[in-house]
Write a protein that binds this ligand. Structure first.
Ligand code: BJW
Length: 246
């Protein structure tokens, strides 16, 4: 038998006007996409951050990093939104506003039907020039490393690596949404990477209630009003369904 739904959380959600969902790799884990920091299964336990998660790694070995992203892109295009993505899309229909602030590049929130999604770390759908401010461009045909149509430098995925600046418009929009929300759902993120990890604190400082949905405790957990310990695809849908049965 599944656990009973937390009625206090259902009430919190039902009375919320503005909701933010801050999502990380864990929200897509049940779609079969690897997370970064989980023991054994996380990408960073098998691949070096310096090599695959930094602009310096790309500058040293663009072809190797490109290949890694081609493989991951294949997996992301094959993947389908899971019940957690779908529950967020459903939640959007019931509250005055729902902003999904995602650290994921897989596009699964949009494919599930969420319409207001801020992709903080970019997107696997597009590429840009690895040397200058050219692009974004559609992902090129084929699997081999391609080159910028403007200057001929190697193309790179349109994502944000460590030490790189995030899009300032998206950061401002995310910060505003965090300041204005009544409830922030932190779903499937280790809460270790800035600036994404600062938004729950911003929301809390402005009076929002935090909800932590994750199989394990994170640095965000102790600030949360409600904690759901387990897979988001199992725990989130019954809460949304209990708040708005239809
Ligand atoms: C489930 C589940 C299930 C499993 N259901 N849950 C010192 C202090 C503070 C900050 C810094 C510092 N030194 C450097 C920094 C800044 C740095 C940073 O934060 N570093 C920290 C690691 C210390 N940040 C940056 O560099 C950022 N840029 C920046 O700050 O720019 C400033 C600047 C200013 C001026 C000039 C220049 C720069 C950029 C960060 C970029 C991160 N990039 C990546 C790769 C993106 C592309 C790609 O996807 O390939 O983003 S790294 C990786 O980490 C990826 C993720 O989006 C990000 C966060 O990871 P996430 O999503 O939380 O995943 P995991 O794996 O960590 O956690 C998954 C969770 O899910 C776990 O908790 C599981 O338990 C859970 N889970 N199954 C629910 N079924």
């Amino acid at each position: 038998m599944s656990d009973p739904v937390d009625e206090r959380l259902v009430d919190t959600l039902r009375s919320a006007r503005n909701v933010v969902a801050l999502t990380g790799a864990g929200v897509s884990a049940e779609s079969g996409i690897a997370t970064f920091r989980d023991d054994e299964t996380g990408l960073w336990s098998r691949f070096s951050i310096e090599e695959f998660g930094s602009p310096e790694g790309f500058a040293r070995q663009p072809g190797r990093v490109w290949e890694w992203y081609v493989e991951r892109r294949d997996a992301m295009l094959r993947a389908r939104p899971n019940p957690a993505h779908l529950a967020l899309a459903r939640l959007e229909r019931h509250v005055a506003s729902l902003t999904v602030i995602t650290q994921n590049i897989d596009g699964l929130h949009q494919r599930a039907g969420s319409t207001r999604v801020l992709e903080l770390h970019g997107s696997i759908r597009t590429v840009r020039c690895g040397a200058a401010d050219h692009g974004p461009f559609a992902w090129p045909e084929g699997r081999a490393l391609a080159h910028c149509p403007v200057c001929g430098a190697p193309l790179r995925p349109n994502v944000v690596w460590f030490g790189e600046r995030l899009d300032s418009g998206r950061i401002q929009a995310a910060d505003r949404a965090a300041q204005e929300c009544d409830v922030l759902l932190a779903i499937g993120t280790s809460g270790l990477v800035a600036p994404a990890a600062t938004f729950p604190m911003t929301a809390r400082a402005h009076g929002a209630r935090l909800v932590d949905i994750n199989p394990v405790a994170t640095p965000l957990s102790r600030h949360a009003r409600h904690v759901l310990r387990g897979p988001a695809g199992e725990l989130l849908p019954p809460v949304v369904a209990a708040a708005w049965p239809d």
